[in-house]
Ligand binder design. Structure first.
Ligand code: COA
Length: 169
């Protein structure tokens, strides 16, 4: 079966924050960032499997820093792990300083997508082979996150979440 690397799904989306995308105190509206992340992550998932993909879960989003009006926001997305029909995508979000041009990490997020056929039924995706240390770390942790997400969604019994349970032992 085909195997791809996380780099093959690497996706970068850069855009400005406009007035209509902010809250009353002039910072980026959270839902706007979630939508941009969904677009970036879906492109990464599509690049990995080269099929139609659909979001099945927003596993984690940390809004750790405010993103002011006028910011240049960059979302970097990569598939971290592929399962049977599902793929976890990890995103790092950066804001660019206008004067220095330096990038500061503002947020991160993890979404899961499923590859589907024309009738919306799940289809198998290629395997993934992580290369860098960070990719290997994210690949390993993805199994725990999948189990947590499935337990929360009521699709896995807690007792079956062996990787998750091992964390607490
Ligand atoms: C995604 C969808 C096709 C999955 O169909 P399904 O019948 O639930 O299929 P399954 O239960 O076999 O799940 C398919 C895969 O998703 C995974 N999955 C399902 N729910 C999940 C969750 N909450 N978190 C992580 N993975 C999940 C399953 O583990 C399975 O992965 P695997 O094949 O790699 O083992 C179906 O739920 C759907 O169409 N949902 C709506 C998607 C959508 O419209 N998204 C846009 C939001 S508006």
């Amino acid at each position: 079966m085909t195997s791809r690397t996380p780099s093959e799904s690497y996706t970068v989306v850069t855009d400005l924050v406009l007035p209509s995308e902010t809250n009353p105190v002039g910072n980026m509206f959270g839902g706007e960032l979630l939508a941009r992340m969904d677009r970036a992550a879906s492109i990464a998932a599509r690049r990995h499997c080269r099929r139609i993909v659909t979001t099945v879960s927003v596993n984690h989003v940390a809004f750790s820093k405010m993103i002011p009006l006028g910011s240049v926001v960059t979302i970097e997305a990569k598939v971290s792990r592929a399962f049977k029909s599902s793929m976890e995508v990890v995103m790092d979000i950066w804001i660019e300083d206008r004067e220095s041009g330096m990038r500061n990490k503002s947020n991160e997020g993890i979404y899961t997508f499923v590859a589907v056929d024309e009738s919306g039924q799940p289809v198998p995706v290629p395997l993934i082979t992580p290369e860098s240390d960070l990719e290997k770390e994210r690949f390993k942790a993805a199994l725990r996150r999948r189990q947590l997400s499935l337990v929360i969604a009521g699709k896995m019994k807690p007792a079956e979440a062996t990787e998750l349970i091992a964390l607490f032992k």
